[in-house]
Structures are given as structure tokens and as C-alpha cells.
Design a protein around this ligand. Structure first.
Ligand code: GLA
Length: 368
């Protein structure tokens, strides 16, 4: 892959990067203003950028296929990776018109070692790295929450992915070694250190589902309908209420809305329990919560695939693994596990080998 100078004939004016994230627990809760608990992983997307003055934007990448070119102010969705760039530029112009008025085009090179489509928030990392590189080149300053909101608007309003705020907030605020406990309603957050006895393990199943975006949108609609029938603004309101009354009301919903709501409401409770378990170093409770989360995503929210179910089942029986579940939006992608300190690399290799011996090829360790 030629470097910036070889590709564009100039040196970059700025560069910036953003990391991927793995969500420990709190899946499909951010679209209901619920709780999430992501942690940063040491895989990054880096954007190098040189300003232009002719209104043209050109982007190239070692991670995304094909160069893309578009004209500023004439962004139009194409269904290619350039949509993330176009959407981000458009949302940046709307959210920060002062800074964006000085933007007259740019060349950018996007480099990444984050697997794409593995549920590790690669698109949020790209959007956040690009916004940061734009800010540096233009001498603009935006706070972390504003950057996250721009990235989310790029997804929601341009790319057409109706995601929540978790991924861009994790890209701007999470760190490795501490989980980001985020209330996606108030955007209040807190860094919670992982217990020193545990080590993070992330394995990509290598499976990606072609219809993941459509399925995600369908779940989001069902959750909104469930909230409407329950006469709530979002299911977050049910999660905070009295558990017995809430569960009884959910049981009266017609299928599959009952299952969808049950997942979101129980998952919010599991995040709060996991927070206490992390603080207290309660490994047995973490194991039970991760297991219950996976089962809920498999049976009630119906976003897992058999390859990922098998990978999680193998991880859950590994002697060094304390807790394991699917992570991210689902329909393929990665699993997250907590292993005993110093054992994660070996446990990961063992789990991938057992997965492969059962006929599932393509799983690989992402962390450590
Ligand atoms: C994707 C979305 C997030 C979140 C997760 C599921 O990663 O981008 O907003 O909804 O799925 O927890």
C-alpha cells in the first residue's frame, strides 16, 4: 500500500486515529436509551488528511476496497464505504458550520487493523478518526460527545444504519483496561477498571451476515412498537420500573414483541449487575450474566447465528474462561470473554482450534 505522499503527491496536514471497542454487556439497549458497558481494544483506524481547495474529496484505504471521490456539498449515497466519509463530512458541516466553512475539500488515506463487520465498531472508528483529523487540519476543537453525535448522525441520516450512540461514544471516550459504563439516555459515563485477576479475550467468528443492517432495523422497529404498546417513551422506562409489574405487562405483548422487550429490559438489569460484579471481582456472577445475556440474544432477540452460538458454547466450557457471550449487533461477528489473567492467548487458540475441529473455519483471536 503506497503511503500518503506516493499516493497523493503531498504530505498530510493532519492525522488522527480512533480505536475499536468490544461491548462487555448491554447489547441492543442503546436504541432504547439503556445502559452499555464497552471497553476499547488496541485495534485502530487511522486517517491521514491533506486539505484541498477545489471542493473535491478523494479517499483511499488499505482496509476498504476501492478509491472514492466526491464533491463537497453534493454528497449522495452510493452503497460503498465512501458513504461513511460522505455522511461524516455532511454531518460535520451541519453540526459545526463554523469549522466546516473553511473546509474546501481534502485527500485522505484510511488505514485500519480493525476487522470490518465483526461487531467491533469499525465504522465508528473510521468516522471518529476522520472528524478528529478534520478538526486538527482546520484548527477546530470539538468535545467528545459532539464528535460522537456527528458520527451517529452520519450513520443514522446518511448511511441509513439506525444505530445507537454506544459505538461512537466508545470510540471517543473508552480506554483499554477499563470498561465505559454509559447511560445512553443522559450520556453520563464512568470508567470502571477491570478486575486485575481477569484478562479480555475477543474472538472474531469470521462470519458476517449479508442482511445484518436490515435485521438490525427490524429489531429496532419491534422494540419501538413494544414501547408504544406499553405506553412508554422507550423500554428504558420499563427497565427502571418495578420488575414484577413490568414483566407482567411485557408478557401480555403479542409475539415477537414480548420476546424483544424481555431481552432489552433484562439486559439493562444485567448491565447494572455486571457493574457490581466487576467492582467486586465476582467472577461467578459475571459468568452467569454473560451466559444469560447470550441466551437472551439468541432466544428472545434472535440475533445470533449457529457459528457464533457454537463458538460461545466452546468458550464457556474452557477451563480458563470465566464468562463468554456474543458481542456487537449480532448476525455473525465476534464473541467477548473474560479469561483468568495470563491465560487469554492460550485459551483463544484452544477455542479456535476446537471450533475448527467441529467444521467451523475462520475464527481468529483479535484480543489479546
Ligand atoms: C451495533 C450498533 C450499536 C448497538 C449494537 C448492539 O453495534 O451500532 O449502536 O446497538 O449494535 O448493542
Amino acid at each position: 500500500m503506497p503511503g500518503f505522499l506516493a499516493r497523493f503527491g503531498v504530505l498530510p496536514d493532519s492525522f488522527a486515529s480512533a480505536h475499536g471497542r468490544v461491548n462487555l454487556i448491554g447489547e441492543h439497549t442503546d436504541t432504547s436509551e439503556g445502559y452499555v458497558l464497552p471497553v476499547a481494544i488496541a485495534r485502530h483506524t487511522r486517517v491521514e488528511l491533506a486539505l484541498r481547495s477545489d471542493g473535491i474529496v478523494r479517499v483511499a484505504s488499505n482496509a476498504y476496497v476501492g478509491d472514492e471521490t466526491f464533491t463537497l456539498g453534493r454528497e449522495e449515497k452510493r452503497g460503498t464505504w465512501g458513504d461513511y466519509v460522505q455522511g461524516t463530512v455532511k454531518a460535520f458541516a451541519q453540526a459545526a458550520p463554523g469549522a466546516a466553512s473553511a473546509l474546501k475539500g481534502f485527500d485522505a488515506l484510511v488505514m485500519s487493523d480493525l476487522p470490518i463487520g465483526a461487531g467491533l465498531a469499525s465504522s465508528a472508528a473510521l468516522e471518529v478518526a476522520l472528524i478528529r483529523a478534520l478538526c486538527t487540519a482546520l484548527g477546530a476543537e470539538l468535545d467528545a460527545v459532539t464528535i460522537a453525535r456527528i458520527a451517529r448522525a452520519a450513520e443514522n441520516d446518511f448511511v441509513g444504519m439506525p444505530c445507537g450512540i454506544m459505538d461512537p461514544m466508545a470510540a471517543t471516550l473508552a480506554t483499554t483496561g477499563a470498561a465505559l459504563f454509559l447511560d445512553t439516555r443522559s450520556l453520563a459515563f464512568e470508567h470502571v477498571t477491570l478486575p486485575p485477576s481477569l484478562e479480555l479475550l475477543v474472538i472474531d467468528s469470521g462470519v458476517t451476515h449479508a442482511h445484518a443492517r436490515g435485521e438490525y432495523a427490524a429489531r429496532r422497529d419491534e422494540v419501538a412498537r413494544a414501547a408504544y404498546v406499553l405506553e412508554l417513551k422507550t423500554l428504558r422506562d420499563a427497565s427502571d420500573g418495578d420488575a414484577r409489574t413490568t414483566n407482567a405487562a411485557i408478557a401480555l405483548l403479542s409475539p415477537p414483541l414480548d420476546r424483544r422487550a424481555r431481552h432489552v429490559v433484562s439486559e439493562n438489569r444485567r448491565v447494572l449487575d455486571a457493574l457490581a460484579a466487576l467492582r467486586g471481582g465476582n467472577e461467578a456472577l459475571l459468568g452467569r450474566l454473560f451466559r444469560a445475556s447470550h441466551e437472551s440474544l439468541r432466544d428472545d432477540f434472535e440475533v445470533t447465528v449457529p457459528e457464533v452460538d457454537r463458538l460461545v458454547a466452546i468458550a464457556q466450557t474452557d477451563p480458563d474462561v470465566v464468562a463468554a457471550r456474543m458481542t456487537g449487533g449480532g448476525f455473525g461477528g465476534a464473541i467477548v470473554a473474560l479469561a483468568r489473567k495470563g491465560t487469554a492467548a492460550d485459551a483463544g487458540a484452544r477455542i479456535c482450534a476446537r471450533h475448527a475441529s467441529g467444521g467451523d473455519l475462520g475464527a481468529s483471536v483479535i484480543v489479546p
